[in-house]
Ligand binder design. Sequence first.
Ligand SMILES: C[S@@+](CC[C@H](N)C(=O)[O-])C[C@H]1O[C@@H](n2cnc3c(N)ncnc32)[C@H](O)[C@@H]1O
Length: 243
Amino acid sequence: MVGFFQANYNNLIRRPNGCDWWHSIPLPDGDRIAGAHNDHNVQLKLWETLHLSHADIAGKRVLDIGANDGFFTVAALLAGATTVTAINTPEWYTYPANLVFASQQWNVAPEVIVGDFQTYDFGCTYDVILFLGVLYHLENIFAAMRRLRSLLADGGLLCLETQMSQIESTLPIYEGASDFYPTVAKQNKEGLHVKGISNFLFPNQTAVLNLARSYDFTCERLRGAYTRDNSSRGVFRLKKLSE
Ligand SMILES: C[S@@+](CC[C@H](N)C(=O)[O-])C[C@H]1O[C@@H](n2cnc3c(N)ncnc32)[C@H](O)[C@@H]1O
């Protein structure tokens, strides 16, 4: 069996289960499911840019918010997490079919939830939350930060990845997504009534640092192959401070 965490692959496999894929997911025989991005290592690069150590993930309870096709869910389980809970809103029509397919390939068993993390009653806390590519899809990112804090155990780790505003300022700036003004990414107004499809706010670096401080997290910006290749994206490691 070929490893999950390797950049090389044999053949690109399109729609192995008859569905389109967002994530490019390795298969145990060395092939790779072809995701939407031209770079079929983009998810692997993001995983590596998170710089998760063995101590960060092994034996931990992980929540993957906006799990989508499940690259990061499967990765966390293969990296030694005790449990991984995947949640995604139902509007992503290939969820959870693709995530279940990928999990079966790698013989891992995440808990799979279809719902909105902002309102779903999880009934527990998590040691690690993966919050990748979700922040800018939310109408209220401040309430979301409060929610993320409440879902984390004391000392818990929040891995946050987001589209960034390119406005550099020593002040926290949130760029409003728009279809009419030349913002860093479009709003997609047609999708505003659908949860998790449109864009709302893109923070600059100071805004992320300030958001972390407001909700009592430490915050460190991370760099790696992912941010080198996707310069308008930001990756941050936040740690929940005690009450
Ligand atoms: C840009 S994709 C990112 C997918 C994956 N996390 C990654 O980084 O490749 C955003 C995902 O978050 C989901 N999503 C958006 N808002 C959500 C919410 N409130 N609760 C759960 N999932 C949400 C979307 O349906 C979509 O699958």
